[in-house]
Design a protein around this ligand. Structure first.
Ligand code: G6P
Ligand code: MN
Length: 445
């Protein structure tokens, strides 16, 4: 089984390789091809993987290439985890938005639109190449903004591209834990778009246990989302939102905290990772130890500004490893070995949410088997949630249209229609600001 990882020089690749090393089953991945535009990053990551593999036997063979077509040919699975414009681009996404008084997060609001606008054309090119060179491959998209990018690719690959994110699983795991339940035994009633979903129920032995949690302020205030959103607000919603909804429900506070932060998240990660890749150039570098130290620091500071505005304190030790590689591996195993399972994934809506059309990519529990991911039927969202989902999906569609038509006016429309961008003038200035800093947006006319 051959797995190709696009963005193979990326910082989180060792997480994926670590998960592969733990898989001893029949039909497991035996060959990993790392593709990246940057040979230096490839060699840094290859060194970390070699140290990981040194502990094991019969480990997946790793090769690296900067030739995309060569990487894709013969792949059974393609993981796409690219970052167009790098972390410098992410820092610029934040800076330009914050200068206009709006959010510049990598997936939410203006920052997510800017990142989407420069990622979609690249993702579409990859999808076309996969369709041509590896038509039987399954593409697992980790590239953010994951819902939008998956939808862009699905126009060329249909249901053979599936988007993943670890935040819904993490959320489900936390809720199960506070309820004293085994997450493996829980059915999590979650739906929405990527980074824009809600847990409306958590069923154990056929009974919804979420009302018990919502009725108990102590329990509710004892985990990440309770601290982030406050128990009163969760009780008002009657649901537990994905942590990324903090950017909507507490937008002013989040924007202010990001404006006041010494460094934005993107700038912090840019500098942190530049240091890591620099360290890897030394011939005697302890690659795995340096990587692990850097990873731990990254995880500990995740959403630090949001937690600070909410007075939420430090992250729980159990929350520190997201489990993104576990979702990826579980998905790949289910497809490759027909190990039927249920995972929350980003797939085409079909008839799941009646407020969206069949092609809209949504995030929803899916039954997964050798035939791919099949979304399950879910209850409709309440109006406030449907409203947000429809508004944000409409924005995503404008981003896709702007990328296809290369239209600057359509890009302005995408920004202007976003619920977190409060003026058409701001949208115009955002497009000016972003096109000035991002070469990846030169295509807009
Ligand atoms: C969560 C999100 C991912 C995101 C990751 C890392 O797991 O679901 O989409 O890539 O956090 O965030 P960071 O700010 O550390 O890059
Ligand atoms: Mn995510």
């Amino acid at each position: 089984m051959k797995l190709t990882i696009l963005g193979g020089g990326g910082f989180r690749v060792p997480l994926v390789y670590g998960a592969l090393l733990g898989d001893r089953g029949e039909g497991r991945v035996t060959q990993v091809v790392l593709h990246d535009l940057d040979a230096g990053r490839l060699s840094a990551v290859t060194r970390v993987l070699a140290e990981q593999a040194a502990r094991g036997t019969d480990v997946p063979e790793v090769t690296a290439t900067t030739d995309l077509d060569e990487a894709l040919r013969g792949a059974d699975f393609v993981f796409s985890a690219i970052r167009v414009g790098g972390l410098e681009g992410r820092a610029n996404d934040e800076r330009v938005a914050l200068a206009q008084g709006v959010l510049g997060q990598e997936t939410v609001g203006a920052g997510g639109i800017a990142y989407g606008l420069r990622t979609v054309p690249v993702a579409v090119d990859i999808a076309r190449r996969v369709a041509r060179l590896a038509p039987d491959a399954w593409v697992i998209n980790f590239t953010n903004p994951a819902g939008l990018v998956t939808e862009a690719m699905s126009r060329h690959l249909g249901d053979r591209v599936i988007g993943i994110c670890d935040s819904p699983v993490g959320l489900g795991r936390r809720i199960a834990r506070v309820l004293g339940a085994d997450p493996k035994e829980a059915w999590i009633d979650y739906v929405g778009l990527n980074h824009l979903g809600w847990v409306r129920g958590l069923h154990i032995a056929g009974r919804d246990e979420l009302p018990r949690l919502l009725a108990d302020p102590d329990l509710l205030g004892s985990f990440e989302e309770g601290k982030l959103f406050g128990t009163d607000w969760l009780q008002s919603l009657g649901a537990i939102p994905n942590e990324y909804l903090h950017y909507y429900y507490f937008n002013r506070e989040a924007v202010r905290a990001y404006q006041q932060a010494e460094k934005t998240r993107g700038a912090f990660l840019r500098d942190q990772q530049a240091h890591f890749y620099e360290e890897m150039r030394a011939p005697d570098a302890q690659a795995l130890a340096a990587w692990d130290r850097t990873r731990a620091e990254r995880e500990a500071t995740y959403m630090a500004e949001n937690r600070e505005t909410a007075g939420a304190g430090e992250r729980e030790p159990d929350d520190l490893s997201g489990g993104y590689e576990k979702v990826a591996l579980a998905l790949m195993r289910a497809i490759a070995r027909d190990e039927r399972t249920t995972l929350i994934l980003n797939v085409r809506n079909r008839t799941t949410l009646s407020v969206l059309d069949a092609e809209a990519v949504i995030e929803v529990p899916c039954l997964v088997d050798a035939n791919g991911a099949h979304p399950v039927a879910v209850d409709p969202l309440p109006d406030h949630a449907s409203g947000l989902v429809c508004a944000v999906k409409a924005v995503e569609r404008e981003v896709l249209a702007a990328a296809e038509s290369r239209s600057r006016a359509t890009a302005v429309k995408a920004f202007a229609l976003h619920p977190l961008v409060d003026s058409v003038n701001v949208a115009r200035r955002l497009v000016e600001g972003y096109t000035a800093v991002h070469p990846g947006l030169d295509y807009l006319r």
